[in-house]
Design a protein around this ligand. Sequence first.
Ligand SMILES: NC(=O)c1ccc[n+]([C@@H]2O[C@H](COP(=O)([O-])OP(=O)(O)OC[C@H]3O[C@@H](n4cnc5c(N)ncnc54)[C@H](OP(=O)(O)O)[C@@H]3O)[C@@H](O)[C@H]2O)c1
Length: 256
Amino acid sequence: MTPLLIVSGASRGIGRAIAERALARGFSVGAVARTAEDLATLQALAPDRVEVAVADVRDAAAVAAGAQAAIARFGAPTLVVAAAGLLGPIDRPWLLDGDALAETLAVTVAGTANLAAATVPAMLAAERGTFVAISASSATRVFAGWAAYGAAKAGLDAYIRYLAEEAGPSLTAFSFVPGLTDTAMQAGLRAVDAERFPQVDQFRRWHERGIAKQPAAVADALELALALPREELHGQVVEADALLKAQAQAARRAEA
Ligand SMILES: NC(=O)c1ccc[n+]([C@@H]2O[C@H](COP(=O)([O-])OP(=O)(O)OC[C@H]3O[C@@H](n4cnc5c(N)ncnc54)[C@H](OP(=O)(O)O)[C@@H]3O)[C@@H](O)[C@H]2O)c1
């Protein structure tokens, strides 16, 4: 049987790049997102190896049904990646709308917990598996206006530490920080006004200069991470940029 990746946020951006990379590596993919048309284009890449779940990650029953369909078809997942996410409301912390903040927390933290509930028992039963949550540096570093996003990602990192601690030795669980990546999320951010997001001009300049990496580079970095020993990952927050920089330095040394 082919190894199985189950990934949320598989419709576009980083989750999509990770799904496509896994297909290229011979994995089967259980793809979770809300946009059926985008999941259909993913499925068209390898119809016999993609199980689509059109689901909102906040809907535990829909996520469980989607994961179960993939597991029934392809076996216990080797890798699960929780990439579904949203920036949420951008504003000063005291001006945030509580309902919008709750939505960000629900998608980020509860959505990841729903994905874990749907997949970790099968990995524990198979006595192997890796669970990766796509986090962000804003969990520990303040970008003015991003309190909702930062709170959600900090909550996500805490959830992953608990998962790592409590799941036992057969599961590897870690947070993975992509760093600045050229996706729809970044486009949305550049459209925010400077009143609510004071650093917006800098993000717009970075975009003009093409500073952001492409989503495929995050898939490269995740492959580098997954090759590391478990003790360097488990319960940790692993940064894509550090891994890509180390790889580039090693390549330069090899050339010299
Ligand atoms: N881009 C960056 O610079 C950057 C940096 C650090 C961390 N990240 C993180 O990387 C992850 C992917 O973001 P991205 O940049 O690739 O953004 P993106 O292009 O906007 O993709 C977001 C993905 O999340 C899915 N999603 C959002 N809400 C969902 C929900 N309620 N239920 C199911 N799926 C949902 C979307 O699918 P549907 O809309 O089809 O449901 C989409 O596939 C996020 O966790 C983000 O926080 C991104």
